[in-house]
Design a protein around this ligand. Structure first.
Ligand SMILES: Nc1ncnc2c1ncn2[C@@H]1O[C@H](COP(=O)(O)OP(=O)(O)OP(=O)(O)O)[C@@H](O)[C@H]1O
Length: 652
């Protein structure tokens, strides 16, 4: 294969300066402090200093299209280029040699995979609408295109009745061939334009749903993950999936429907005016019948919404149970109780299907009634118009034009009703998303965390219980672990060891007293600590990827340095793919001890000044655990570990 033509980039300071200049800010070069690695983290800091938001992204060639532009993309040799909006289907990049246009494949071959993702975060706001609205308004060009396309689509619908009347009432009776040609050409052009504008409309809606999907959904998940731990813990997976589904539906619905509904309403009104101008009596009948139809349809919508609310709850429970069934399969098979679990799931599934069936029947009935009434209206109109035609009080062109207008009016009207119904029906799912979005997230970690050197960990007169109605787990509890000290919490099961560690990790907040790490609220200094829960989770991916997670992104050399003494290297040496060995979610192809070894090696390599370990060696055999114990005792970190103790054991 031929080598791709060389592409040179800017050094990071220069690239950042150019990006900031394009974004209307100055002084990119001064962004880097002396001696600091001018990598993406520093670039992001420099952006944040100017009130901009960004994040380092790992991407493959397919993700390039979703990057908010202008932004910076790293080339394989470590320099950076500015990614700009290019002609359709290609990218423009600014390089020291000027702006070049490249097709996606050519650019993909040259990038390292690192980029700055400047796509907007989900804006703050009390309601779902308040959060999504600014994201749409940030795309004024597309919104304008969408509005114009919808407006033209509907206005063209007025051209068809006018040309119909022209042909039937004037061109044909008078035998005016030029008028006939004009009418037919008008009809043809209107139809072609309708198809073309419809296509533009779909493209803009697609643009919104794909472009916004990235920032809106990532923003939603980001917010959800920043929600307090007890809140997330109290939600089932099913609840979270429904909330996410509701959010995605709102995102899809808003651009197409909200803009559409205003225009449909406006155009419906215009059609009605034109209809009244032609046949006032028949127009009044149509208006009354459609208005009367709206009332039962919306009442039915309310019933549907209530059913949907129950269905959302039932589906959340069903999803939760299904996930539990799959993740707990070893226990179920071990105890031979799969059939029982299946019965529980079947019961919930039946409830969901029952509600779905009732809703579908209601839908069918309402569609049938709407269809029948509109057909009856059309037939009635036809008969009424036919009789007046025979009397000679109406021209055929006027009748056909009126029929076209009334069909435009009813479809505009039905579009409005349909949107109202969709919003009503989606309300319960939207409420689930809203519940998450209205939750105050945990504070962001401070910029100066991690603190250099070991830090103290302190609980002062702490009172904690899981809910206001449950018993106190800790009351007047004090613990002081000095910088570099190694402390062990020992005590029988249920004593509160995990609770203390989670308080220190900032996952829970005490009801009384205070918890301090490095003299601060642990949530503010999250980068000062690493907490390993009792049952560590292995994520789907390679051993290296898991190590990186537990090592909080520490550099590769530090991981390799830690892996020798912990014994992980010896384990990896036995695997044909070494650190690239793929692990399934949950790491079921590893033993419990091996999973702990990966997590612990990561934690030791993290360089975080406070380690919080919950029975971190419990699954390791004595031969593996002994050197790890020595290692843990020797490091510069402050260590708080929990070990199961005999009843009556000490609980520091
Ligand atoms: N999420 C929770 N909601 C309500 N109560 C909880 C929750 N987690 C723990 N508890 C209760 O808090 C108490 C202390 O639990 P904790 O897990 O801290 O004990 P532990 O000393 O770590 O026990 P073990 O050695 O068995 O892990 C227990 O009575 C437990 O029932």
């Amino acid at each position: 294969m031929a080598e791709p033509a060389p592409l040179a980039g800017f050094p990071p300071e220069e690239a950042l300066g150019r990006l900031l200049a394009r974004l209307g800010h100055e002084g990119g070069r001064q962004a880097f402090r002396d001696g600091l690695d001018p990598g993406p983290d520093r670039m992001i800091e420099a952006l944040e200093d100017r009130g901009l938001q960004g994040r380092a992204a790992r991407l493959d060639s397919r993700d390039l299209a979703y990057l908010e532009r202008p932004t910076l993309v790293e080339l394989r040799e470590g320099t950076w280029v500015l990614l700009l909006d290019g002609p359709s289907g290609s990218f423009s990049v600014e390089t020291p040699g000027g702006v070049r246009t490249l097709d996606p494949e050519a650019l993909a071959e040259r990038i390292s995979g690192r980029a700055l993702d400047l796509s907007p975060a989900l804006p703050p706001g009390a309601t779902l609408w308040a959060r999504l609205k600014p994201l749409f308004l940030r795309q004024p060009r597309s919104l304008l295109q969408l509005g114009a396309a919808l407006l033209m689509l509907q206005a063209l619908a007025l051209v068809l009745p006018a040309t119909t009347a022209l042909i039937l009432d004037r061109a044909l009776p008078d035998g005016a061939s030029s008028l006939l040609a004009l009418g037919v050409a008008g009809m043809f052009l209107a139809t072609v334009h309708q198809v073309w504008i419809g296509w533009i409309q779909e493209r803009v809606v697609l643009f919104f749903s794909t472009r916004l999907a990235v920032s809106a959904e990532r923003g939603f998940l980001e917010h959800a993950l920043r929600c307090p731990f007890p809140f997330l813990q109290s939600r089932t997976l099913g609840d979270l999936l429904q909330a996410f589904g509701g959010f995605a539906a709102a995102r899809d619905l808003l651009p197409a429907r909200t803009v559409g509904v205003f225009l449909s309403g406006a155009m419906g009104f215009l059609y009605l005016l034109a209809m009244f101008a032609l046949l006032p009596g028949a127009s009044l009948v149509i208006l009354l019948v459609t208005a009367l139809l709206a009332l039962p349809t919306l009442a039915l919508g309310r019933v549907q919404a209530r059913l949907q609310a129950r269905q959302v709850e039932a589906a959340a429970r069903e999803h939760g149970l299904l996930i539990e069934l799959v993740t707990g399969i070893a226990t179920l098979k071990g105890s031979g109780t799969e059939a029982r679990a299946l019965d529980r799931w079947r019961g919930r599934r039946r409830a969901v299907l029952g509600l779905e069936l009732t809703r579908s029947r209601l839908n069918l009935a309402s569609d049938l009634v709407l269809g029948l009434v509109s057909q009856a209206l059309a037939i009635g109109l036809f008969i009424h118009g036919g009789l007046r035609l025979l009397e000679g009080s109406l021209k055929p062109g006027t009748l056909f034009a009126f029929l076209q207008l009334s069909s435009g009016f009813t479809s505009s009207f039905l579009a409005v009703v349909h949107t109202a119904l969709t919003l009503l029906i989606l309300k319960p799912q939207l409420a689930k998303a809203q519940e998450i979005l209205s939750r105050e997230p945990d504070p962001r970690p401070r910029r100066d965390s991690p603190t250099p050197g070991p830090v103290p960990a302190v609980l002062e007169d702490v009172g904690f219980r899981y809910t206001p109605s449950s018993p106190w787990v800790l009351q007047g509890y004090d613990l002081r672990v000095d910088p570099g000290e190694k402390a062990t919490l020992a005590g029988p099961s249920g004593f509160g060891k995990t609770t203390v560690l989670r308080l220190l990790a900032g996952l829970h907040v005490p009801e009384r007293g205070r918890v301090r790490v490095a003299g601060r609220d642990p949530r503010e200094v999250r980068h000062d600590l690493v907490y390993l829960p009792q049952f560590v989770r292995i994520f789907g991916g390679s051993i290296l990827e898991n190590l990186r997670i537990y090592a909080c992104g520490a550099p590769l050399e530090r991981l390799m340095e830690a892996a020798g003494p912990t014994g992980l290297q010896a384990l990896v040496d036995t695997l044909p793919m070494g650190y690239r060995t793929l692990l399934p979610p949950g790491g079921r192809n590893l033993s419990g001890g091996q999973r702990q070894l990966i997590a612990l090696t990561g934690a030791l390599a993290s360089g975080r000044p406070l380690l919080l370990l919950d029975e971190a060696l419990a699954n390791l055999d004595a031969a593996h655990a002994a050197p790890l114990r020595t290692l843990l005792a020797q490091g510069p970190w402050t260590l708080v570990s929990a070990n199961p103790g005999e009843p009556g054991g000490t609980f520091r």
